[in-house]
Design a protein around this ligand. Structure first.
Ligand code: FAD
Length: 464
């Protein structure tokens, strides 16, 4: 598509005004509100110096300053933030910083990584240097937490999702599920040993809960860790583990005690230890994220790698799930926005029966219905994030929100594919990839049935 050649409807504008080369690039444009760019940027710079004094001194590479030259008109992808009470200029500046990182370091390579089945290790290093891996982790372990709230975390999730490949966020950010149990429950020695190299992008950490025998019934997991002198000896296996092929460490749920939740511990397993075997699993989606089946055969793990108290791991697993589910719900909103943006752009360009698709009422209704579903889900995501920030959150809400978000994504991806027609079925379109990734969102991190049953039990009672 040539610059400025299409009708200037709301969604056409971002492509034309910003010189985007086509629908694929358009969702990566930047929002800045109605203020004149220079005044807006000046005010932002001043406020950011107050909010992020450490950033202003250059101690972190997270670039939260806005370069007016990089200002672009409001876009369909993220203009919702400018109309939300939960997001301010600092969130917008972070979004632009991450967006530049993604445009520079990810977008040119993502198709190759999808074909290769994994992300390069250097990407972790670069993301760490840009401040992405450490966002919202404690400063004493190499993170950047001052001045950042959980809405900054949501913004990061959204911007990583903009490239339309879910494996990027899943695999680059696996420390988001592997590290928190260590920071919440681990000894100080363990935190200092593990967190800094992970947040520096030198080591990769993954989370191992699911087993071949089942993932939903976590309390019934079978992998054993038996104390022998100063070690635990681990036998069993884990299944479907994200980043499992590349991980240096696995935060692993094991059975150290009797049956049920009260017999489960968390153990940090060195993935190069004798007796660890990994097998790569090919997948429907998330292809740039390596996924492994892992087998443990008499693996010796130092007892100092126990995370939290023996037989006290279940609570750490459950606590982890809540933030994972909120992040997944945010990701679903972002992927749905990408799909809608592609469908809307296509509807401007594609003509049938003598007019653009968007000129047909039933197509306009589809687009509006997609937007309706995204906005209602986003409102709940933001409310849930506010509830976490205010200490008013309930686990049942995260479970139901995850179901809401994945069903919304399923509906939006379907309709986007319908608007693109045959083009949606050809490899290379973002909609094709997002469509393939719907299921992993609905199953991973707790499947629909389990989520709704969990919410039902918590809200309305009833025995397991
Ligand atoms: C790409 C990918 C990446 C993943 N990454 C990780 C990871 O990094 N770490 C990790 O630990 N796990 C990971 N998982 C595993 C994921 O969390 C599990 O697949 C999920 O929890 C479901 O477990 P399961 O597949 O064993 O299904 P099962 O537990 O066998 O369930 C199968 C189906 O039956 C339903 N079901 C089960 N019990 C009931 C019931 N009582 N009532 C009604 N319906 C029921 C479930 O909802 C599901 O639909 C990943 C999965 C995928 C696909």
């Amino acid at each position: 598509m040539k610059k400025g050649t299409h009708t200037k409807t709301q969604r056409g504008r971002w492509a034309a005004d910003n010189g985007a080369k086509g629908p694929r690039e358009a969702p990566l444009m930047v929002a800045c509100g109605d203020k004149p760019p220079l005044a807006w940027a000046r005010a932002l710079f001043v406020s950011l110096r107050e909010i992020f004094p450490h950033s202003a001194r250059g101690e972190t590479r997270l670039d939260v300053h806005v370069n007016p030259a990089q200002h672009r008109a409001m876009t369909a992808f993220d203009d919702w933030r400018a109309r939300s009470p939960f997001y301010d200029e600092t969130h917008e500046a972070l979004a632009q910083s991450v967006r530049r990182f993604v445009a520079r370091e990810v977008a040119p390579h993502i198709d190759r990584w999808e074909a290769e089945g994994e992300l390069p290790r250097e990407l972790h290093k670069k993301a760490a240097e840009a401040g992405i891996l450490g966002l919202r982790y404690p400063e004493q372990y190499g993170g950047h937490s001052k001045g950042f709230d959980n809405f900054h975390g949501l913004v990061l999730t959204e911007e990583l999702a903009a490239v339309g490949a879910g494996g990027l966020g899943a695999s680059l950010m696996t420390h988001g599920i592997g590290l928190p149990p260590i920071l919440a429950l681990g000894s100080e020695e363990l935190k200092r040993r593990v967190a800094p190299p992970v947040l520096a992008g030198d080591k990769i950490i993954a989370l191992g809960i699911t087993e071949a025998g089942g993932g939903s019934d976590v309390a019934n997991l079978k992998t054993t860790a038996v104390r022998d002198g100063d070690d635990y000896v681990v036998n069993g296996g884990k299944m479907f583990i994200t980043s499992g092929m590349r991980a240096d460490w696995l935060t692993c749920a094991v059975r150290t005690g009797g049956p049920g939740a009260a017999g489960i511990s968390l153990l940090l397993i060195e993935m190069d230890a004798p007796g660890v075997e990994r097998t790569r699993l090919d997948k429907m989606g998330w292809r740039c994220s390596d996924t492994a089946a892992i087998h443990f055969s008499d693996v010796r793990v130092p007892a100092s790698n126990l995370i939290g108290p023996e037989n006290g791991g279940f609570i750490g697993i459950m606590r982890n799930f809540n933030s994972e589910r909120l992040g997944m719900a945010m990701g679903c909103c972002a992927y749905a926005r990408v799909a809608l943006a592609e469908a809307a752009e296509w509807a401007q360009q594609r003509e049938t029966f003598g007019k653009p698709l968007v000129g047909h009422q039933s197509i306009r209704i589809k687009l509006a219905d997609m937007e309706r579903q995204i906005e209602t889900t986003q409102a709940w995501v933001d409310l849930a994030a506010w509830q976490v920030k205010s200490g008013k959150d309930r686990p049942a809400d995260f479970a139901m929100l995850k179901v809401q978000a994945t069903r919304m994504l399923e509906a939006v991806a379907r309709e986007a594919a319908q608007v693109l027609g045959g083009a949606s079925y050809i490899t290379g379109s973002k909609v094709e990839r997002i469509y393939r990734e719907v299921r992993v969102n609905a199953i991973g991190g707790g499947s629909e049935e389990i989520m709704l049953d969990l919410a039902g039990r918590q809200l309305f009672g009833g025995k397991r």
